[in-house]
Design a protein around this ligand. Structure first.
Ligand SMILES: Cc1cc2nc3c(=O)[nH]c(=O)nc-3n(C[C@H](O)[C@H](O)[C@H](O)COP(=O)(O)OP(=O)(O)OC[C@H]3O[C@@H](n4cnc5c(N)ncnc54)[C@H](O)[C@@H]3O)c2cc1C
Length: 329
């Protein structure tokens, strides 16, 4: 059985979600015979990637990598669709996995439509069953349930998977990788990119080492200002749960969780958060999770490293006052 994994390149590097998908595939397939293929689409200028040690590291977990090289300087969703469809036609994989990055989200459904197969977008978990194949798991019906979706009749079985949710392989890659280079040939183009300007947001939430997350207990802008101040004092970033975005208190770019940002922070401080699965999915990689909640029976306390029963504002103002006292004294 062939399993294809799309490896996205950004700034001449493979995005980490590629390795996360490989790690998950290795874990879910276990002893079931399979071959893992990497699929890469790039332009001629990205050629240096092939000798990059990080690329070789990723390759060591793969049985074969199919590289599609295009002449065009900038690739569009049409190039990615073309490359992946060509790969599917030649290798007939049973499963095809793509990271749910903005790029993956834009071209993977087009590939599925073109191949007349199913796709589940934004999976937070995947599994493999010998009878039905790929189990595609994602929150559904108002996030109250985790839906297990299977598409046993059409192939490849496709899923896009949220970056940061799966773990990369823990063991050393020992496969003997084969590299197949194809000349990409996109004869019909609807879109040509002439120039591209990348705008990166400063202090990105997903890269912060420490994040203070404000929950629904925070209802006012001036309370949120305290949270921001605390994050600043601690040298970290601030995020919020979804109700604060829905209520217009914070922008979506600050939402932590399954439909927001997945954090890679080592320390996360939750203030007035109940700990829904949607929030926790966004912070599962943290080494230390500290929660302040005034409800002693909050189930969240079973899921965190340190739980403090108190009013969040008491503690935060206390820390800020002490800190101010130190600075003034
Ligand atoms: C499609 C969909 C996608 C979603 N995606 C996300 C997502 O990405 N991220 C996300 O976070 N949510 C998401 N949600 C929402 C999620 O289901 C929960 O509703 C949300 O996480 C709850 O946020 P909360 O814990 O801040 O609020 P609540 O559940 O209201 O919890 C507030 C907590 O604060 C405590 N509290 C109250 N006052 C104080 C005080 N003074 N001091 C201390 N503690 C206090 C309470 O005891 C309570 O535990 C999504 C929902 C849907 C439908």
């Amino acid at each position: 059985m062939n399993i294809g994994i799309f490896l996205q390149i950004d700034n001449a590097k493979i995005l980490p979600v590629g390795l996360e998908l490989i790690g998950k595939t290795l874990a879910m397939m276990g002893d079931i015979p399979h071959k893992i293929h990497g699929i890469v689409a790039m332009n001629n200028e990205d050629k240096g990637l092939l000798s990059d040690p990080e690329f070789k590291h990723v390759m060591s977990y793969l049985d074969e990598t199919f590289v599609y090289e295009y002449q065009d300087k900038y690739l569009t969703t049409e190039h990615y669709q073309d490359a992946v469809c060509d790969y599917v036609r030649s290798q007939e994989p049973e499963i095809l996995l793509v990271g749910a990055t903005p790029l993956g989200r834009s071209f993977a459904p087009r590939v599925a439509a073109h191949l007349k197969t199913g796709i589940t977008a934004d999976c937070t978990e995947i599994g493999y069953d010998q009878t039905v194949g790929l189990e595609q798991i994602r929150p559904a019906y108002g996030e109250e349930i985790l839906a297990e979706i299977v598409t046993p009749k059409t192939f490849p079985q496709m899923a896009t998977v949220r970056p940061g949710v799966m773990d990369p392989p823990t063991e050393k890659g020992e496969r003997n990788p084969k590299l197949t280079i194809n000349e990409g040939n996109l004869s019909q183009k609807n879109l040509t990119i002439i120039a591209r300007q990348v705008k990166r947001q400063p202090g990105k939430l997903d890269q912060a080492k420490l994040v203070v997350v404000a929950g629904n207990a925070i209802k006012e802008g001036e309370d949120l200002a305290l949270v921001k101040q605390l994050a600043h004092v601690l040298g970290g970033e601030w995020g919020v749960t979804r109700p604060l975005v829905a209520g217009g208190l914070a922008p979506y770019s600050r939402q932590v969780g399954v439909s927001g940002t997945i954090l890679s922070a080592s320390v996360v401080l939750l203030l007035g958060v109940s700990g829904s699965n949607q929030t926790l999915t966004g912070i599962r990689k943290a080494k230390k999770i500290i929660a302040i909640n005034d409800d002693p029976d909050a189930t969240l306390f079973n899921k965190v490293d340190i739980g403090i029963v108190d009013d969040w504002k008491n503690i935060v103002t206390n820390i800020l006052e002490k800190r101010e006292g130190k600075l003034n004294g």
